[in-house]
Design a protein around this ligand. Structure first.
Ligand SMILES: [Zn+2]
Length: 253
């Protein structure tokens, strides 16, 4: 059992017993960790108001073997992101990103993935009005790439032959990318990916700015992201925050 001090981001908070909280943290060196913040809900808790959803800080906890819950002994706040909770669209995007981290970052170290997560939350927090979904989509794909699951979009995911960028291409969730005409009959195909959607996801995966999206494109992109995460990375469990994000877009403004 050793005391750890590591950069971390709060992904999820859950009340526990009378006065405590179970906190799920994305950490720099130890993947996603569940820790117990004893007394965190008491008025004069040592954590103060630092343990907020999406906050960054330096977490100190003891790493216990197996599935035993570690005790959080301190959380020195470096960045609070309270603004994310004040706007439902921003909150929906940020929650989907946190869910992605919770579900797919597991307990492996993932170096720059934590920085990308923090930067992405900052970007969603400061997205221009009406743009938080676009920023959220960019963030989600960039994070997918940081976790090492980026789909292949410039060449066939089956045979590796190059595919012209200016054309639509069939996309295979199962194969993890676009598919050439020759391989098409032998690879399960999800849907046809238009050239502009291919270009947008390619840009987001490499951290570049994507194009401005209209409502239809936003919905199509969210559908693609959901299908990709379910088929390629998921374990069959629902991705509630992602579903909620998508459902918001279907509602009339
Ligand atoms: Zn091929």
């Amino acid at each position: 059992m050793s005391l750890i001090s590591t950069d971390a981001i709060v992904l999820h908070l859950q009340d526990y017993l009378e006065s405590s909280r179970i906190v799920r943290l994305a950490t720099r060196e130890h993947g996603v960790q569940s820790v117990l913040a004893r007394g965190a809900r008491r008025p004069r808790s040592r954590f103060g108001s630092s343990l907020d959803l999406f906050a960054s800080g330096v977490a100190q906890f003891t790493l216990k073997p197996g599935r035993e819950l570690s005790n959080l002994s301190g959380f020195d706040l470096t960045r609070s992101r309270m603004g994310l909770a004040a706007d439902l669209d921003r909150f929906a995007s940020a929650s989907a990103l946190a869910e992605l981290a919770l579900r797919f970052a597991h307990a492996d170290p993932h170096d720059d993935a934590l920085d990308i997560l923090g930067r992405s939350l900052d970007e969603i927090a400061s997205a221009p009005a009406g743009m938080s979904t676009d920023y959220g989509l960019a963030a989600a794909w960039r994070y997918v790439a940081a976790l090492g699951f980026a789909p292949t979009l410039d060449r066939c995911c089956s045979c590796g032959s190059e595919l012209p960028a200016n054309r639509a291409a069939p996309f295979s969730h199962h194969g993890g990318g676009v598919v050439c005409e020759k391989c098409r009959p032998s690879v399960p195909i999800g849907r046809e990916l238009p050239a502009d959607a291919r270009a947008a996801v390619s840009a987001w995966l490499t951290g570049e700015d994507g194009p401005a999206l209209d409502e239809l494109a936003r919905r199509a992109h969210l559908r693609l992201l959901r299908e990709f995460l379910h088929h390629h990375m998921g374990d069959g469990r629902a991705l509630r925050a992602l579903d909620g994000w998508e459902a918001r877009l279907r509602r009339p403004a």
